[in-house]
Every structure is written in C-alpha cells, then in structure tokens.
Design a protein around this ligand. Structure first.
Ligand code: TYM
Length: 321
C-alpha cells in the first residue's frame, strides 16, 4: 500500500513563514516520497471566523499559498475539508468514544480561552475533527509544527481507543516535527501566529518586511559587544544561508550592530520570498486554475476517505445500504 502523508492549515488568515518552515516546506519536500493529502481546514476555522467573506478569501489564500510554496497538484491531493463529508461524519463517530477529560487537557483550547476566545463547541471538539482529518487517510506521517504535537497525541489516543473497542482499524501516524523549525518566532519574540499579529507573510512586500523586521525588539548592546541568541538570530538561522556564519560570529564575539543585522535580515527575507511572489504572479495568469485543482483534489479525497468511512461504519454497526 502507498505510504501516505496528511497535513493541513486553517483558513483563519494569511499563511506566514512560521507555517512555511514548520509544516509547508516538509509537505513540499515529502511529496516526492509520499502520497500527499493536504487539506484546507475550513470547517475548523468556523469556530473562530463568523464572517462568510473572510472565510471564503482565507480559504483561497491557503490554496494559493500551497501552490506558491511548491505543492504540485500532480503529486499532492489538495482539497477542502468541507467538500469531503466523511470528515464531519467520522468526527461524529469518534466524538462518541472521546472522553471530555482528554479534550479538557488540550493546551490549544486552554490557551484560546485564556486569550478571551469564545468557548464554543467547535473549539472544544477541534481535536476530534482533526483526528478524523488524519485517520481517514490512514497516513504514516503528519508533518506539523510543535504547537500541533498534543493534537497528534490526542489523535493517537482516539485511534487506540477505537481499535480497542472495535478491532484493529487504524495504525498510529507519526508526527514529523523538526526541532530547528518546530516553533518559529514572530517579530515580537513569541511564537509566530496569525492570532498574535506578529507574522511575516509569504507574499509580504519588501517595504513591509523591512518595517516589520526593524520592529523586532533588541536590547541596548552596542555593535562591538557580544550578543545573546535572540529572535533576530533565530530568524537569520532560518533565512540567511550565505551570511549566516558571519552573523553567528558577530553574535558570539561582537562586531555587528542590531541595525545592520536587521537590515541584512530584511534583505534576505525579501530575496527568500521572491520565488513565492513569482509563482503567485504565474497562478494569477490562469483563471479557474484553483477551482480545477480543488475539484480534482476533492474527488480524490472523497474516494479515499469514503473507503475508510465504510470500514468504520461496518465496525461500529452502522448499516450502509
Ligand atoms: P495552523 O493552521 O495553526 O498552522 C498550520 C501549520 O503551521 C504550523 N505552525 C508553525 N510551525 C512553526 N512555527 C510557528 N510559529 C508555527 N505556526 C504554525 C502548525 O504547527 C501547523 O502544522 N490544527 C491545525 C490544522 C489541521 C491539521 C489537520 C494539521 C487541521 N487538520 C490534520 C495536520 C493534520 C492548525 O490549526 O494548524
């Protein structure tokens, strides 16, 4: 059987370099090796977005970002979670074997409440729908950033419980969380996140990149003084291949001021983002391209997920006539 990979992004805002390094880059690299199923988690986004136009544009934006990042529809099935009804159906079935205690311990849920988000049922049951997203495709691997680790553990807990109750159905997928990019910092030093307004988007203009990078907080060390590993250096480590040794050395021994370090980072981010802009321009010349990709992707995802759903229904005793 083919080795499969599943991953996804919510349609809650513009994807950023944290999403790229934490997850999208792995999806792109691994499409050569795995049968990729990559979704736009639009149903998940509904627990946060209650504005139809925003959800529609957010959904398109994720698909465009996938393509501009190098996901190839010939190799990767790109689809909308909402266009594959098996996700919602399996989520309902799994919800009946998921304890409240398991969901109450979810950090993402607790953090969202602590930040004043509405405590709706969609937010609370989020990990169950995510478990359905994953288990329907029986994947071997799921590339994600560190913030999704607990959700993967919950997925495996739910799968194990299902197997225990109904017989071996799901093998447990492994997360691919790369240490060096597991949590990309935002321009304020916290985790880069759409909800913290501290992101650098994949289609950001050079002017905005510069403006954002110049805002990264630094201490009062003078150019000649050695510096601590900080957000600036962490971002250089991701972005700056050619001048990284020089910048690392200037950090350890002193010799480069923060202003110069920031200017170089902004320039390097701008060059790094150029291919994303180029691919975006190309996508924009093809009317109907996105829709065609999604129609085909939705079809493939429906075929695959319906096969698993039928098996699940049989196991739990739901008549499928
Ligand atoms: P989401 O939309 O919050 O983020 C998408 C992916 O980007 C990663 N990520 C980061 N990685 C490193 N540093 C950061 N600062 C950073 N910010 C975000 C996330 O870890 C994630 O991998 N629940 C998921 C979406 C989802 C999903 C799935 C993922 C729905 N169903 C099935 C995998 C499989 C989420 O909210 O990701």
């Amino acid at each position: 059987m083919a080795h499969r990979l599943v991953s996804g992004i919510q349609a809650t805002g513009t994807p950023h370099i944290g999403n790229y390094f934490g997850a999208i880059r792995q999806m792109v690299q691994l499409q050569e090796k795995y049968e990729n199923f990559i979704l736009v988690a639009d149903l998940h986004s509904l627990n946060q977005i209650h504005d139809a136009d925003r959800l529609r544009s957010g959904t398109r934006e994720i698909v465009i970002n996938y393509l501009a990042s190098g996901l190839d529809p010939e190799k990767t099935t790109i689809f909308l979670q909402s266009s594959v009804p098996a996700h919602a159906e399996l989520s309902t079935i799994l919800g009946s074997i998921t304890s409240l205690g398991l969901l109450e311990r979810a950090h993402a849920y607790k953090d969202a409440l602590a930040k004043g988000r509405e405590a709706n049922l969609g937010l609370f049951s989020y990990p169950v729908l995510m478990a359905a997203d994953i288990l329907l495709y029986k994947p071997e691997v799921v590339p994600v950033g560190r913030d999704q680790q607990q959700h993967l553990e919950i997925t495996n807990d739910i799968a194990s419980r299902f197997n225990h109750l109904y017989g071996q159905t799901f093998s447990l997928p492994k997360g691919i969380i790369l240490d060096e990019v597991a949590t990309v910092p935002g321009i304020d030093g916290q985790k880069m996140s759409k909800s913290y307004s501290n992101t650098i988007g994949l289609f950001e203009s050079p002017e905005v990149v510069k403006e954002k990078v110049m805002k990264i907080p630094t201490d009062s060390r003078r150019p000649e003084e050695p510096k601590e590993v900080d957000t600036l250096l962490a971002l250089h480590r991701l972005i700056s291949a050619a001048d990284l040794p020089e910048i690392e050395e200037a950090y350890v021994k002193g010799g480069m001021g923060y202003k110069e370090t920031k200017e170089r980072l902004a320039a390097n981010i701008t060059s790094f983002l150029q291919p994303f802009h180029d691919r975006l321009a190309e996508i924009n010349t093809k009317p109907g391209y996105l829709e065609d990709i999604l129609v085909e992707g939705n079809k493939q995802a429906n075929i695959q997920s319906n096969a698993t759903l039928e098996e699940v229904k049989e196991r739990v005793g739901i008549l499928s006539l």
